[in-house]
Design a binder for this molecule. Structure first.
Ligand code: BGC
Length: 739
């Protein structure tokens, strides 16, 4: 059955139309029974379904049990888009099972600071990685005939004052970073809906930001689906519709409905604008009407979650091949997370799992709690028990991590540290037991003052309900770690890109670090980090060689292929992530030293080699040119860097970007240097420059001799109108010389 939208629009009253653009309650849209318009249900994701059906005193309570898959950051650490697709399609199946029409996710805001309370839900500090993984995830969900809501559009990069903070971000930074993943997903995966963020961007709430929603999202990127508000993100319902927002959630919102009717009657809002929103909402409802409900095998989904988490965990350190452990004989587990792991974050994505695997349920290791059950309170007796026991064991495995209350929607962290009792225990245990393994259950980076003392560190991130069984698989080598960090682990909070602005509790956020976030920032400052973006070890080792490019030049409209061979040099099978970065040696604007432009995860048997290839196109080289209002790959040399982490890039090649020079619109304030850069030479202009040089007592711009460098810089920086004062050449004559 399909809705006849044209006929419905003719038959709906103005009041009914105004009613349809806000929800019926927290999770349902409104039905119009007399015309056969059904209500549909949405539910939170992104790493499991939080469907609420039970009500108490009018409010929804609890949630239907659902499989909790690895959280966004963990899934992204797999660097495997096919895994993201599979997680999405399983979530889509569960949605079909629960009669959910659209899943509220994925959440693709970038990690501007490691302190953001929702970083566990967000994917990466890099827009390309975020975009590729989210595109695959959205395709997976939507392959089931279930919609997604790509959120939170845009720049919801902090939880502090998230409902009102004004994010001051220049356009280039928005385009290259904070909008880029949304753009890729919209263009490549066609999400059914987009959810706007609460915050303001450059003075305007996202829900009523016509530049963001109408100019960029719809007109430039071609999005024709529904834009809904985040829950309660509506400010002014009329302005929002003028900006092309469709659906206010949750509802009902009788006052806003009335305001819309009034605005139409008073001629302040064209009825056609309201009609367009209603039509898009009907089209969206329609998309899911023929999706057949299905049953799904929860146990199979749980088993998949276990396999998936084993692909997500990141091995950060493994001295003397401490891992894998041959057995659990004389191995001591420490910490409450060995029994009841931390596996998801707090807030709207917090779901009720079908069950929870604790590592101790899957192996026969000895166990001691080590610290308080809450994960943050020191317990001297428990600590002493561990220190007394540790030397008697072959190895000690510490199940460390952030307690639930440390990472949640609604607020940001204030520190990068683990609870002090955990840091202290790890440090002291490592002093008496060199074979100490630290497992991290965290949704975002933490500091590790004990890093160099312990034998191994395995970051499980927030691995979903099967994290405990997956941990045992990884510790024993039944599964080989193959995750890579989708974010930089900094040495200190003070080193982080947004440090001077972030988390100060102010009403405004100033993005002074501009395009330099994550590794872009640390690379530019040549700063040390705890662990770099893209880093992760394996139980085997890999070698790269044979970087080949299909061409040494690139020009607009063409693509370039890069190929490289990767070989498993060890004696066990494993997967490696080959990463390709591009850095522009010269650029008209300040650019990060390099940016991720391709990655491939490959599984290799011992001794096996495979050739992987990457295709580079305009976006691989371009920056957002604010003056031209377009992507622009400027002429210059690009360095192609290939390796296995952002700081281990042994293969390097160069490509000449043969773009047409950036045309300069000459005005009286254009500098001589800009004229020269624009593609020069104009022979008659050369004669004028000689006059200018003569006024400084030298022959030409390139004269040698004392102070020549200084005169050259002066001349290059001179605006054309100043040739009048310095060389007696009026601006009209300059223009004439440039013709
Ligand atoms: C969150 C969204 C979520 C919505 C519905 C909001 O508070 O920001 O991500 O989808 O609630 O639960």
């Amino acid at each position: 059955m399909h809705l006849d939208r044209a006929s419905l629009l003719r038959n709906l009253t103005l009041e009914e139309k105004a009613g349809l653009v806000s929800g019926a309650d927290s999770w349902w849209t409104k039905a119009v029974d007399r015309l056969g318009i059904p209500a549909i249900m949405v539910s939170d994701g992104p790493h499991g379904l939080r469907t609420q059906t039970e009500r108490r005193n009018g409010a929804y309570v609890g949630a239907v049990p659902a499989v909790c898959f690895p959280a966004g950051v963990a899934l992204t650490a797999s660097f495997d888009p096919s895994l993201a697709y599979e997680e999405g399609s399983r979530l889509g199946e569960e949605a079909r099972g629960q009669r959910v029409h659209t899943v509220l996710g994925p959440a693709v805001n970038l990690k501007r600071s490691p302190l953001c309370g929702r970083n566990f839900e967000y994917l990466s500090e890099d827009p390309y990685l975020t975009g590729v993984m989210a595109t695959a995830y959205v395709r997976g969900v939507q392959s089931q005939g279930i919609g997604v809501s790509l959120k939170h559009f845009a720049a919801n990069n902090q939880e502090t004052r998230r409902m009102s903070v004004d994010e001051h971000i220049d356009e280039r930074t928005l385009r290259e970073l904070y909008l880029a993943a949304f753009e890729m997903v919209v263009k490549e995966a066609h999400p059914w809906t987009v959810m706007c963020s609460y915050n303001r961007i450059n003075g305007s709430y996202s829900s009523e930001n016509a530049w963001l929603l109408d100019d960029v999202l719809r007109k430039e990127w071609g999005f024709d689906g529904v834009v809904m508000t985040d829950w309660g993100a509506m400010n002014d319902p009329v302005k929002a519709r003028q900006a092309s927002l469709d659906l206010e959630m949750p509802g009902p919102s009788p006052e806003h409905d009335k305001a819309l009717v009034r605005a139409v009657r008073e001629g302040k809002l064209p009825e056609a604008t309201l009609d367009a929103a209603v039509e898009r909402i009907l089209a969206w409802i329609d998309k899911g009407l023929e999706t057949a409900p299905c049953t799904y095998d929860r146990e199979a989904h749980h088993a998949w979650a276990r396999e998936a988490e084993a692909q997500c965990a990141v091995l950060l350190r493994n001295e003397r091949h401490l891992l894998p452990l041959a057995s659990f004989d004389r191995v001591l587990f420490v910490g409450p997370f060995a029994r009841t792991p931390r596996y998801q974050g707090g807030g709207s994505s917090h779901i009720r799992p079908i069950k929870l695997d604790g590592a101790l349920d899957f192996c026969a290791a000895d166990w001691l709690p080590g610290w308080g059950d809450d994960g943050k309170t020191a317990d001297p007796a428990r600590l002493q028990a561990v220190l007394d026991a540790a030397p008697r064991y072959r190895a000690v495995v510490v199940f460390a991590g952030l307690p639930d209350a440390y990472e949640s929607e609604g607020y940001d962290r204030t520190s990068l540290a683990l609870p002090a009792c955990q840091d202290a225990l790890i440090d002291q245990v490592a002093s008496v037991q060199s074979d100490t393994v630290v497992l991290l259950h965290v949704g975002s980076p933490v500091t590790m003052p004990w890093k160099d003392k312990v034998g191994a560190i395995l970051n499980l991130y927030l691995g979903g309900e099967a994290v405990g069984s997956a941990t045992v698989d990884l510790l024993t080598g039944k599964r080989i770690p193959s995750g890579k960090l989708p974010e930089t682990f900094p040495l200190r909070l003070e080193d982080t890109p947004a440090y001077t602005d972030y988390g100060r509790g102010t009403h405004d956020a100033w993005y002074g670090e501009r395009v330099f976030i994550g590794y872009r920032w640390y690379d530019d400052r040549k700063a040390g980090v705890l662990f770099p973006f893209g880093f992760g070890l394996s139980y085997t080792t890999f070698g790269l060689d044979g970087l080949e490019l299909s061409s040494r030049t690139w020009s607009k409209g063409s693509t370039l292929e890069a190929k490289v061979r990767v070989t498993n040099l060890g004696s066990v099978a494993g997967s490696e992530v080959v990463q390709l970065y591009v850095g522009m040696a010269q650029s008209p604007v300040p650019r990060p030293p390099k940016e991720l432009k391709g990655f491939r995860k490959v599984f290799l048997e011992p001794g096996e080699s495979k050739v992987v290839s990457f295709v580079l196109d305009e976006r691989s080289f371009a920056f957002w040119d604010v003056e031209r209002h377009a992507w622009h790959a400027a002429k210059g040399t690009a360095r192609i860097l290939v390796g296995t982490s952002s700081r281990d890039l042994p293969l390097v090649a160069k490509v000449e970007v043969r773009e047409e020079p950036r045309p300069v619109v000459v005005t009286d304030t254009t500098t001589i240097g800009d004229v020269i850069d624009s593609g020069w030479p104009y022979p008659r202009f050369d004669a004028l420059l000689k006059k200018l040089a003569a006024s400084y007592g030298i022959d030409s711009l390139d004269a040698a001799g004392e102070d020549a460098a200084m005169y050259r810089s002066w001349m290059l920086a001179t605006p054309l109108h100043s040739l009048a004062v310095f060389a007696g050449v009026p601006y009209e004559q300059v223009l004439e010389a440039l013709r």
